[in-house]
Design a protein around this ligand. Sequence first.
Ligand code: PLP
Length: 218
Amino acid sequence: MNISENLDKILGQIPSSVRLVAVTKKKSVAAIEEAYNYGIRDFAESRVQEALEKQEQLQNYQDICWHFIGHIQTNKAKQVLKNFHWIHSVDSLKLAKYLDKLADKNSISPHVCLQVKILHDPNKYGWKVEEIWQDLSKLESLKYIKIDGLMTILPLGLSQNECLDTFAKTKELASKITEKSSLQLKELSMGMSNDYLLAVEKGATMIRLGTIIFGERN
Ligand SMILES: *Cc1c(COP(=O)(O)O)cnc(C)c1O
């Protein structure tokens, strides 16, 4: 697996305005260093313990922007808050409120995305469309976390058109919420190795790529 060649190819396909977030779960510190040396500065992890161990070894890389993309248990929320600049996987009102309280207490204001499910998917966390409208006024009242966008993960097995449609609906939802509330949802964290070109076509501002950069995970 040649990480630099993979990155060359991917960056050649997407506009420079799209933020490439390299997903390094189950990948080595050496792999992260290789992507860093290429010029990547945004890295994402989905498990707290694994991430903290790698961050410890990468302390000298002060300009890495760390993104958290996994489900957060309450007892891990404080560690996520303290060690990540971006949290893409805020998936319930309860978690959003709790992070806001911790953000106040610790004087940290992370950037967050709200994780939404446009299509029914029992295997994923996140708000259904009707649920997010119900929770909106409570989300608007949170003062310490910066709610900057929406994140979505597509269900497996969609056709190309279904992927395009679902990404487009995610963007529409962000626009509608921005229009009808005090939230400013500029960011769309959508697109993974299998579907990032479709996500970019429909307005993704951040794509989260693992396999296509670093190879299959064991
Ligand atoms: C693992 C993961 C990715 C990256 O998936 P690939 O298919 O390897 O690109 C992106 N987003 C989330 C939330 C993930 O858990």
